[in-house]
Design a binder for this molecule. Sequence first.
Ligand code: GLA
Length: 398
Amino acid sequence: MTKEEKKALSLNAYREYMQDCYSAEAPGRIEFLGNHIDYNGGKVLGAAINGVVCALAKPRKDLTIRLFSESFENDVVETSLNDLSFRKGSEFWANYPLGVLWSLKEATLAPPSGFELILTTDLPLAAGLSSSAAVELATALALLQLNGNELGKSDLARLCRRAENQFVGLPCGILDQGVSAHGEKDHLVLIDCEKENFSTLPLPKDTCLWIFDTGIKHDLVDSLYATRHSECKQALELLKKKEPDLTCLAAASEGLLTSANLPEPLSKRALHVVKEKTRVDRAIELLKDDASRKEIGELLFASHDSSREQFENSCPELDFLVDDLRKCPSVLGARLTGGGFGGAVLAWTHHAFSQTDAKATATAFRKTFGKHPKVHRFEASRGARITTTLGEAGPPSL
Ligand code: GLA
């Protein structure tokens, strides 16, 4: 067989295999401002990024489900449509797609039969960029197609959050899924978490989003995230004794916090939430005026200081990065992004911030902590979407 014939044969085999495959992709996200505000009812700002999880689903005739992703764990997890049991150990990653399937079932949107699901990603994992939400949204969009179902962006985000809250067991808010669903090129996603309203605002021109990943793996499920969630809940319950109409912690006034005299650490946690809410509200105002980036940047730094001192979800590595970046004139603002307790720092910069500047911070970090942080520059990008498997280009690299 000639080289040309071989190529044609594999192209045909590829096309045949892909004929009934459905694909989708969903981006990771950067939390721009609003740390641990989503489950406390305030507003948050985030950006979907140009790092995505891709999901490829192929229906089966039986009830078997086979999940594969070399990006997460290089192994196949096999189960059946009727057995959505929780996975442990090296199969833990499968809880995200399985959780989505569970959520689809609850909403009577599950596929009618089994399927193969392949997940791939170019998103840095465990870096506070919410690869888990990206897995959830890409999976949901791919599986919905197996039954010809559709969901709007907001419902998609809610369905995936339910998977994470009720199946995976993390009491996260709507930030990650909401931003991944509603992302738009060159825009920030604004979520009013109490009303669950989603909108977008342009990211100020000539600014860039850099991520400095400490490489400290924070397993959100096992971490202090749930503790912070419960501390905020306790603080709200105590405040409600003084102000029964209070609907969420972010709606409390500083005056109420002072008069309620909450015990530690609840008073610190509540102070963070109340002041962070004010910072986001101010940033939203300022974002309407392209000239205010310096002031917006200051809000990012103040957010980090509050995470460090009041919410206590920072760590020496994240603090080091923020302090070092603060010295660079083209850095507008920097703060930990995401759950905290490790993960990454966002540096929001003027476009003059260069690889050389980034390298200077990375080198200073290595001198102190013995290893380089991973540095990435991202664009604010579009949100989750259905993709076509048989693009004009055919198979990726035959
Ligand atoms: C994680 C959670 C989000 C949000 C952030 C902190 O990313 O998944 O819901 O709470 O932490 O703001």
